[in-house]
Structures are given as structure tokens and as C-alpha cells.
Ligand binder design. Sequence first.
Ligand code: CA
Length: 221
Amino acid sequence: MQLLLVEDDLPLASGLKQALQKTGYAVNHVASGNAALHAVKVERPDIVILDIGLPDIDGIAVLKKLRVADKTLPVLLLTARDSVEDKVAGLDSGADDYLAKPFEMTELLARLRVLERRLSTVKTSEITIGQVCLDTLEQRVTFQGEELDLARKEYMLLKSLMENAGRVMTRPTLESRLYSWGEEVSSNAVEVHIHHLRKKFGNDFIKTIRGVGYKLNPEQI
Ligand code: CA
């Protein structure tokens, strides 16, 4: 799950980023409205956390621009101003949810879980390929009917591959789903996770497309 955090208060942003990463999210941070619009264009995140008070373009204006191009991208607004007007303006502009500063981290995580759940119910919550079944709602994986315990990054990697079954996923694409910008990623991080997944699901489940990336073995799709 990749989050784009748009927040110009740098100490707050870095604290949020750290806490969110610890929970398993990949978090990219930008500090202005223009940077946010650019970032979304370059690579669509799964969820945007958008501060209203930004130095260049107001968060509400950013949201309106985002909505022109993308009606479904989940956006959670943050604001220091706990006014009814802001709340109404935000929701009218297409925000999915609204959180007034200061807030508790647990509150933010709860709101994100709701957005995540909404995302996964848009698609079907269960994907079954071969003998592997992944429930995106419960975040559970079973293999040959038995529940497996996967590390968070393994789960995210498996989810990306299963949601894109039949498509080759390049290494940079997979990395971007697992890691934040600037997060230290060893050059073989994806390979290592793939290796662990193969140990659990057998060598044939995920195919290596040499020099390009990975895809699920088409014979089982
Ligand atoms: Ca601000």
C-alpha cells in the first residue's frame, strides 16, 4: 500500500512518515501542492493524505485538481483549522475523509484502514490463483487450504502479483509498491522476498522474466 503524504510541516511529516512506515505502509512525502499534483501524475499512490494549509496551492484546490483527473483516488484531508466550513469544503471537493489536527496516530491509522477496506471492496476481496488464496479484506493468505503467516512486505508483493495476474511486473514497479522514496532498498530486496514466497508456494508459482521482472505462472491462472 503506497501513501502520498502532502504536508509542509516537516517535523510533523517526518514523524508521520516514520510511524506509517513502521505499520508497513510505503510512504512518499512532498511538502507543496504543486509537488503533490506532480507526484500523483508520475505515479498514482493508493491513498493521499493531504494537508489543507500548504505554502503554494491550498489543499482544497489541490484536491479539486486531483478530482478532475481521478474520481476514485482516496484522499484523507488534514487540517489545523477545525472549522465546519473547511470540513464541508473538503468533503464537497471530493475528500473521502477528514481529520483535524492535532490527532492521535491511532486515529489516523483507523481512518486509513477504513479507506483501505473501501479500496479492497471495490475489487473483490478474494483472489484465488492456483492453490493460493489471498483475502485483501482480512489480509489473509492460504495455500492448499492452510493459512500462512507472511511478513508484511511479502504479503504486499504477493498481492501486487496476484492483482496483476498475467501481467509482467517490473522490479521497479514492485519496489515502488513496497518501499518509500529514499528508503534504503538493497538492490536485491525484491528477489529476496520472491525467494521467500517461492519457499512457501513452490518454485513454479512465480515466474522470473529474465531482465524484466516477475509474473505469476500463466498455467495456473
Ligand atoms: Ca500545513
